[in-house]
Design a protein around this ligand. Structure first.
Ligand code: ADP
Ligand code: MG
Ligand code: MG
Length: 887
């Protein structure tokens, strides 16, 4: 029988490898054991493995029989270590029951503190601690948490009772409540619970413990946990561990405290301790925003102009000890740590450590700094930065010189700037965002129920909560700018308005928040381009050194090409020529071509388009300065260019001199039932060769022109889309070669160029060996290949895809992350067959997947030569390609 219950602290062995495996004991449990094993002060406890959670959920809420005895034995370890008895009326052991999954899910699963208290043990606790107030404060906290987390009662009822008790006494803070006040409140809490439950609040510590364990297991399957996992690509089948741990008390008077700290600044990455703490407080007080926490260090306090003392000043000994632990843990884990601690009557205890969440900016800085400090090497640094997080750094920030109508300033909880319409709840945020609007979610304080709205918002503003509040932590994780604790903000939910000082704003008004300095600004503020040198440049340089695949971009405008080059693109992987046809002054020539009766009519229209298209390519070739450019000939169904509505038809009739009736007739002839599988791609080139001829001419004429004027000869790679058979490519390749010869002869210049195809139909993948005889390169068009392999239209998938992902049918949206098992096989097969028949065939990918790190890892494994992504994704692709090569 394998172990599923592991003890830690005291004389526990800590030698079982499974205990330090996060998938078994969860992040919290594994790290508690790790800290205890290196001699740090950790209150003793035990961890119940994730397997037990899965088993419990699978079996509809039943525990394994031996689990009960295993837990009893583990509990005995805790009792022995602290010298107290669980349920002992004279000197009770109290425990916390904490959840902990393998991947941290902040705020997703709730902790119960002070478990083991009842009407008898509370008296014992008062006696041994010599502090009645403390004992009753702990008891009321326990009832409150247990009622909420385990019994599922409305926590508002208890909060209200506490508010009333304070008001009656004229108190402002919880700390002003006396022992007698708490006693009265406990009585009231118990009667509220009894009223709601229809039975007394559970007094038996064993029943309390098992109830809490169940609650942790059950919390794995709550809606909010599922939403969080979905948003963060965490599998649903990991389960959570349970940690049961002896309590230490931060609420034992003025020599006791509790806090949260980071070994480096999680927003900026600066190497300075960073954190918040509260005197005479317990657990969640710091993050819940009930009292405003104080700064950990003197430097921070002074910088913020705060007057309540820092821990460094108020508890120099415990702080010194803490600082020593920070350094030790950072060296041990060779990464920035996020630490939870409690000081009980001057003695420091560690309750949690984990690799801290950080902004992209901080991740970059820490990775580069730690290499400089000799803590990690370049390869580790490359692997430490989440490629997707780079996105945060690549977007514009607020222009420091633009005028700002600052409404108020809160805490800079998550950097970056966001403008958008004010929305006051998460559902509205989601609704408006789905309509395509940018919204800033404004809340008193966020909670896990708001996650979907935070995700939909471009930024988050809260009136309460510190830098480690729920809003701040989640926003940083999601890369959303956030200003928290803007205490001047007050929200009226009935009127859907916001008051900030003497200014009133309505839901829907535009505001801007600056997560870098905490400012809340009326209206929209001008932005500036991001800084690509510094740490970003350094890490990218390292990444380039370690990656094998080239990184290109999908671009067709000069502006996009320029941007992509700034971001490090090494060529164009996909230039979609049809995008050039939508220009206002070109579309009528395009329509004229489509609606022409015959080839002569089409050629007349194409003659107008040729110089325009040539101009486009000149600009692209000049910008790309000798880098390879894959240009795809016309691909979409022609009807996409057709006029819509009466005015467009009227306009076209006027410019072409063809009657509206005739135009309409021709348009309806072009109607297709299933355009995605219709008259498109190379089928256009086969039936209307003059179209591809014009495009090929434009490409080669532009290339010759640029070769003459600039020093660097362009390298065009002409790509034929939607090929299914070798014969299609043979015909069209002959056409392209002929045009190339004509242009080279006429201009007296000869250039190297390639002709190749997209592999985007299953038949093309299967016949890749034959097709490669005609193709000098393959570019995997994985968008269409996914559609045609799965038989799913990307534009219609929205109706069922979420459910498919929720039900585990697809692990992820196959249009975002390549379906490696299915579509991936076709890619592998085509690559292999293509190479067999043409040894030097160039292989690349140009679908959206080229910017997705998981898909990039697959491309590396398959040995593709390059990946191609939209300009903003180029740095992501560079980093992901390096990580793929290193892993
Ligand atoms: P979360 O995962 O939400 O951070 P935790 O299990 O870490 O939840 O518990 C939240 C807080 O409760 C901790 O930061 C700590 O302050 C407090 N806490 C948990 N267990 C104990 C304990 N045994 N003694 C004292 N405080 C505890
Ligand atoms: Mg915690
Ligand atoms: Mg396609």
């Amino acid at each position: 029988m394998i172990d599923t219950v592991f003890t830690f602290g005291g004389d526990a062995p800590h030698s079982n490898a499974r205990q330090k495996d996060k998938t078994v004991t969860g992040g919290k449990g594994a790290n508690l054991a790790e800290m205890a094993s290196i001699g740090l002060p950790v209150p003793p406890g035990f961890t119940i493995a994730t397997e037990e959670c899965l088993k419990y959920l699978r079996e509809g809420g039943d525990f394994r029989t031996d689990l009960v005895s295993d837990i009893e034995e583990a509990l005995r370890h805790v009792e022995r270590t602290v010298g107290k008895g669980f349920g002992d009326a004279n000197d009770p052991l109290l425990v916390s029951v904490r959840s902990g999954a393998a991947i941290s899910m902040p705020g997703m699963m709730d902790t119960v503190l002070n478990l083991g208290l009842n009407d008898e043990t509370v008296k014992g606790l008062a006696k041994v601690s010599g502090d009645e107030r403390f004992a009753w404060d702990s008891y009321r906290r326990f009832i409150q948490m247990y009622a909420d987390v385990v019994l599922g009662l409305d926590h508002g009822l208890f909060e209200e009772a506490l508010e009333i008790a304070k008001e009656d006494n004229g108190f402002y803070a919880d700390t002003e409540m006396s022992a007698e006040d708490w006693k009265r409140l406990v009585a009231e809490f118990k009667s509220i619970a009894e009223q709601e439950l229809g039975e007394p609040f559970p007094q038996d510590p064993q029943a309390q413990l098992w109830g809490a364990i169940r609650a942790v297991f059950d919390s794995w399957d709550t809606e909010r946990a599922k939403v969080y996992r979905r948003l963060n690509d965490i599998p649903h089948d990991m389960g959570t561990a349970v940690n049961v741990q002896a309590m230490v008390f931060g609420n034992m008077g003025d020599t006791s405290a509790t806090g949260v700290a980071f070994t480096r600044d999680p927003s900026t990455g600066e190497k300075a301790y960073y954190g918040e703490w509260l005197v005479n407080a317990q657990g969640e007080d710091v993050v819940a925003g009930i009292r405003t926490p104080q700064y950990l260090t003197k430097a921070r306090r002074e910088a913020a102009g705060a007057d309540k003392p820092s821990m460094e000043e108020a508890m120099p000994d415990a702080y010194g000890e803490l600082a020593r632990v920070f350094d030790l843990l950072e060296r041990h884990y060779t990464d920035m740590q996020d630490i939870e601690f409690t000081v009980q009557q001057g003695k420091l205890w560690l309750l949690q450590t984990r690799n801290g969440k950080r902004t992209a900016k901080a991740a970059l800085k820490m990775a580069v700094d730690m290499v400089g400090e000799g803590l990690i090497d370049e390869k580790t640094a490359i692997c430490r930065v989440d490629p997707m997080a780079l996105d945060q750094l690549l977007h514009p920030t607020l222009d420091p010189d633009a005028p700002r109508d600052v409404l108020t300033t809160g805490l800079p909880a998550s950097p970056g700037a966001a403008s958008g319409k004010i929305v006051l709840d998460a559902d509205t945020a989601e609704l408006w965002a789905n309509r395509g609007e940018k919204v800033v979610l404004v809340r008193i304080e966020t909670s896990p129920e708001d996650i979907h709205g935070m995700h939909a918002a471009t930024g988050i503003l809260t009136a309460r909560g510190g830098m480690t509040s729920h809003a701040a932590v989640v926003a940083r994780g999601m890369g959303r700018p956030c200003v928290s604790g803007a205490s001047q903000v007050s929200i009226s939910r009935e009127d859907r308005t916001l008051t900030i000082g003497d200014r009133e704003l309505k839901e829907g008004d535009v505001i801007t928040i600056d997560g870098g300095n905490g400012q809340v600004i009326a209206g929209e503020v001008a932005t500036i381009e991001p800084e690509l040198a510094g740490d970003f440049g350094t890490l990218m340089e390292w990444a380039d050194k370690h990656r094998r695949m080239a990184v290109r971009t999908n671009a067709e405008t000069e502006a996009d090409c320029k941007m992509a080059r700034q971001f490090g693109a090494e060529g164009i992987g996909l230039c979609r020529t049809e995008h050039m046809f939508f220009d206002a002054d070109r579309i009528s020539a395009v329509r004229q071509m489509i609606l022409a009766d015959d080839e002569t009519g089409r050629r007349a229209a194409l003659d107008k388009l040729l110089p325009e298209q040539r101009k486009d390519f000149v600009a692209i070739f000049e910008t790309m300065a000798g880098l390879p450019c894959t240009i795809r000939l016309l691909d979409p169904p022609l009807h996409e260019f057709l006029p819509h509505g009466d005015t467009e038809f009227e306009e076209l009739a006027e410019t072409t001199g063809v009657s509206i009736d005739k135009l309409r007739r021709r348009a309806s002839e072009l109607h297709e039932f299933n355009p995605m599988l219709g008259h498109r791609g190379c089928r256009l080139g086969i039936t209307y060769p003059e179209i591809y001829e014009m495009q090929a001419r434009a490409i080669f004429e532009a290339a010759c022109e640029v070769a003459k004027t600039s020093g660097e000869a362009p390298v065009p790679e002409v790509m034929i889309p939607l090929v299914a058979t070798r014969r299609e490519l043979e015909l069209l390749r002959a056409l392209v070669d002929r045009v190339a010869r004509e242009v080279f002869d006429a201009s007296g210049t000869t250039l190297t160029y390639l002709v190749g195809t997209m592999i985007e139909l299953p038949r093309a993948a299967l016949m890749a060996g034959e097709i490669a005889e005609e193709a000098e390169f393959f570019s995997f068009g994985t968008n269409d290949l996914t559609q045609t392999t799965l038989g799913v239209s990307r534009d219609d998938a929205g109706r069922f895809l979420t459910e498919y992902v929720d039900k585990g049918i697809f692990a992820r949206d196959p249009f975002v992350s390549l379906d490696v098992d299915g579509v991936g096989q076709l890619v592998e097969l085509a690559a292999e067959r293509g190479r067999k028949s043409r040894g030097d065939i160039k292989l690349g990918i140009c679908g959206e997947h080229g910017g997705d790190p998981a898909s990039i890892a697959f491309c590396e494994k398959t040995g593709l030569d390059y990946i191609s992504a939209s300009p903003y994704r180029v740095p992501i692709a560079r980093l992901a390609a390096a990580q793929a090569a290193l892993r």
